[in-house]
Design a protein around this ligand. Structure first.
Ligand code: SF4
Length: 297
């Protein structure tokens, strides 16, 4: 089902719970992390700006503008407007002290977009829907949500969805299994009413490569068996989230340095006495609830 602000409000007032892949992924990593981030809505006051996230949002905004008219300047303007306030500053080399150019810069983003426009302008796909927020009931009273970047048809009349990705790991991006993309296939099929495949639309991020070499579009699809395995897994984890809510139990996995960086909730998980929880929470965190329809990368 297509989700608007009104339907979202209606679902929320009916007590319906909505989760996207980002939420399920965090629960699998650590239920306590899920609780802090999604139930309490906590984010660090002193958190480093998420340059990669803002860069991805800027690229998504630009591509939303570029399709279907394929006019470059309005799309570049949209990117600069969205991303410029969050541009990564240059850093200093630890060895030489010399200034190092930032990875996530507006100049790099514009070069990447110009290479994209150049490469895909002759593409004959026809846009059906742009940035579609969808949610479908997957377990009683529990909806899986996701924003589908684009739905297209090709010259044979085949319908498919496209997901734009901006990633430093553009060479190794895993398509199968991929929980998020399987979820997008599930949601798009419910929306259009028949089986569909997808396309990864990769806009890689690297200072050392030419922007043209960072672009790749790759088709993918999953069999009925793979989708039924995905659905069982999704229902399992959504059921676990519900169980945690019902019992108010949010165990700690204590794998607190994912990707070699401290989990943002370390200060709360390392307090020596329960009495200091409130003061740490109030002094170090603010409340910013997650919207499952925001662009994540
Ligand atoms: S600091 Fe460790 S235990 Fe605490 S929420 Fe993060 S991952 Fe979980």
């Amino acid at each position: 089902m297509l989700i608007t602000q009104t339907t979202m409000q209606q679902l929320t007032t009916q007590g319906v719970k909505i989760a996207d892949w980002s939420m399920i992924e965090k629960y699998i990593m650590c239920p306590q992390l899920f609780y802090n981030r999604f139930e309490l809505g906590l984010v660090r006051k002193d958190g480093q700006p998420a340059y990669g996230l803002h860069f991805g949002s800027g690229i998504h905004g630009a591509l939303e503008t570029w399709y279907p008219s394929k006019e470059d300047q309005p799309a570049l303007n949209k990117f600069v407007k969205l991303f410029k306030p969050y541009e990564e500053p240059p850093s200093a080399s630890k060895k030489t002290g010399k200034e190092l150019a930032a990875t996530y810069s507006a100049i790099f983003g514009c070069a990447l977009l110009l290479a994209y426009f150049d490469k895909y302008r002759p593409n004959t796909w026809t846009l059906v829907e742009n940035e579609v927020p969808l949610a479908e009931e997957i377990l009683d009273g529990f909806f899986l949500a996701g924003r589908i970047d684009k739905i297209f048809t090709n010259t044979k009349g085949e319908v498919f969805f496209v997901d734009h990705k901006t990633s430093k790991y553009y060479k190794d991006f895993q398509l199968n299994p991929n929980f998020q993309f399987m979820g997008y296939k599930f949601l798009t099929e419910k929306f259009v009413g028949h089986s569909v495949g997808g396309y990864l639309d990769m806009l890689g991020v690297a200072k050392s490569a030419s922007p043209h070499d960072l672009l790749r579009q790759e088709p993918f699809n999953y069999s009925a068996y793979q989708m039924s395995e995905w659905q069982k897994t999704a229902i399992h984890w959504i059921g676990k989230i519900n169980e945690s809510r019902e019992r108010n139990e949010w165990p700690k996995t204590m794998r607190c340095r994912p990707y070699f960086r401290d989990c943002e909730f370390m200060p709360l998980c390392t307090i020596p006495e329960a009495g200091s929880y409130e003061s740490i929470m109030n002094s170090m965190y603010v409340q910013e609830f997650w919207d499952p329809f925001t662009v994540t990368d």
